[in-house]
Ligand binder design. Structure first.
Ligand code: QAP
Ligand code: CO
Length: 163
């Protein structure tokens, strides 16, 4: 799979709900996990590989070996509180890292690959990765979570270098 790089306009689109959790979706999700791992990523959302559907994959940080991954389908953030600064990067903005604001604690509900509803109350890196990947489904990239001044400077820099 090919990862779409900024300023690919597909990254700014809104994604549609997944309607069928079928074999196709299962194999696409597995391919995304392989793609993510091959580039040492910790999260990858469907629009980043050109699929405008509401799901993402990420590393399961509850596994100390970081070998397990999670697939969240049609996720909904049902609680959010607190604010933290999180240093982030993005596979679609390679080579750039910056601090952004996130909620400290969230509750997120989603479907898994069996179509079963799952509720997560993630901590730390798992929480910010969920929020980062969730944003991709609404066409939101991590610079959108910076203060305006910082975002202006950051966007100038990435626009200059990612041509
Ligand atoms: C999102 O991002 C994330 O620039 C996942 O050269 C990242 O996996 C959320 C990556 C950090 C919270 C904190 C980026 C790999 C991976 C690069 C990634 C690069 C190679 C980014
Ligand atoms: Co990203």
């Amino acid at each position: 799979m090919e990862i779409k790089i900024y300023p690919d306009p597909i990254l700014l689109e809104n994604c549609n709900d997944v309607v069928n959790i079928d074999e196709d979706l299962v194999s696409t999700a597995k391919e995304m996990i392989d793609t993510m791992k091959s580039v040492e990523g910790i999260g990858l959302a469907a629009p980043q590989v050109g699929i405008l559907q509401r799901f993402f994959v990420c590393i399961d940080f509850s596994d100390e070996n970081r070998e397990e991954s999670l697939v969240l389908i049609n996720p909904q953030i049902t609680k959010k509180e607190g604010r933290i600064e999180s240093k982030e990067g993005c596979l679609s903005i390679p080579g750039f890292y910056e601090y952004v604001y996130r909620y400290e604690n969230i509750e997120i509900k989603a479907l898994d690959l069996d179509g079963k509803e799952v509720v997560y109350n993630p901590q730390g890196l798992q929480s910010v990765v969920f929020q980062h990947e969730y944003d991709h489904l609404d066409g939101i990239l991590f610079p959108d979570r910076m203060s305006q001044i910082k975002k202006d400077i950051f966007m100038k820099k990435i626009k200059r270098e990612l041509k």
